[in-house]
Design a protein around this ligand. Structure first.
Ligand SMILES: [Zn+2]
Length: 347
């Protein structure tokens, strides 16, 4: 396991996040030491839990795992804020509190703060907070929330271009179709905005159909010469009627025909992680059902905006469009799959 401090590139010093008290604010500025000198520069830092980011730089569509080096912290009381989204921590198989941060496909390159709060202010009564403000305690468990900051680098990535010829109605939908598209988008947004509190997935995800991989995640797409949304999933080249299985344990939150994606299944794996299955010819599941990893959920087809039969497989993490192959035990991404779960052994 490559876990040297230099490889992680991050050491964090925290500032206590406490209610403003005149003259008593002892905020320690967050500081990232990115060089090979990992020692914190503030002596107090030795007593503070540390944050680690794996990896510390990610491409659009990637996943960053935020780890809190404090097994005593209650994950339910730890959150991370990234680009306006609040993401809950959970306990990995190794009991270490962690959170998965999805980097949306359209995220501009740059350095972004990840602000972790240990101990929700809302959970401690104001009187406790006042008492805590007078103490030196700063571990987020004495009723005093702690704020830690990590810096995440999003690298620039040029995704290749793909040109496709499709039926005109998919490029220039009529007014009636536009109204349908908007209704469906609202429904999808509502489904994907709900992070169920329980982790349902258990380990690395399956590629949900057996066949060669087709168009990769992130392609810039031109339909009949006009640029449209980029390709936010991974295609699997399978003929019509191929079994499509659940990539991991989850709950069916959508099984319905949609304009662009055709017959669509969405599985909720908990904690804001979803997988999506497009262009199916038949459903094998109903909304509300819980499904196990590997169980058939439908058959592949060519419904919706397609040029031929295939499975389009996509994933969302707290709303971010991420590359679903990063969830699998694909060789190139094994490290991410392990860090996501906090274990090596499963599957
Ligand atoms: Zn696709």
């Amino acid at each position: 396991m490559r876990r040297t401090a230099a490889a992680l590139g991050l050491v964090f010093v925290a500032g206590a996040c406490r209610p403003p008290v005149a003259g008593a604010e002892a905020r320690v500025r967050a500081e990232a030491v990115t060089a090979a000198v990992p020692a914190p520069r503030v002596s107090e830092a030795a007593n503070l839990p540390r944050l680690e980011l794996r990896p510390s730089s990610v491409e659009p569509g990637g996943i960053a795992v935020v780890l809190l080096d404090d097994r005593a912290a209650q994950p339910a009381r730890v959150t991370v804020h990234f680009r306006g989204t609040r993401i809950n921590f959970f306990a990995g198989d190794d009991r270490r509190p962690r959170a998965l941060v999805g980097i949306d496909l359209a995220t501009p390159p740059g350095t972004y703060p990840l602000v972790v709060e240990v101990g929700h202010p809302a959970r401690s009564a104001p009187s406790q907070r006042r008492a805590a403000a007078g103490r030196r305690g700063h571990d987020g468990r004495n009723g005093q929330p702690l704020r830690l900051t990590a810096l995440l680098t999003v690298r620039a990535k040029e995704f290749p271009r793909e040109d496709l010829a499709v039926d005109r109605r998919y490029v220039e939908p009529d007014a009636r179709s536009l109204a349908r598209i908007r209704r469906e988008q609202t429904r999808l947004d509502a489904i994907l905005a709900v992070a169920s509190p329980r982790r349902l997935w258990r380990g690395a995800f399956l590629v949900p159909a057996e066949g060669p991989l087709g168009s990769p995640f992130g392609l810039r797409r031109f339909f009949n010469g006009e640029e449209r949304s980029p390709h936010a999933g991974q295609d699997v080249r399978v003929p019509e009627g191929t079994p499509v299985v659940a990539a991991e344990d989850g709950r069916v939150v959508l099984a319905a025909p949609l304009y662009f994606s055709g017959n669509t299944v969405i599985l909720d794996h908990g904690l804001g992680l979803f997988t999506l299955y497009f262009h199916l010819t038949a459903f094998r599941v109903r909304e509300g059902a819980f499904v196990d990893r590997g169980v058939p959920i439908g058959r592949s087809g060519k419904t919706g905006r397609v040029t031929g039969p295939h499975l389009h497989w996509a994933a969302r993490l707290s709303g971010a469009r991420i590359d679903p192959l990063l969830l699998t035990r694909d060789r190139a991404t094994e490290e991410t799959a392990e860090e996501m779960n906090g274990s090596k052994g499963r599957y």
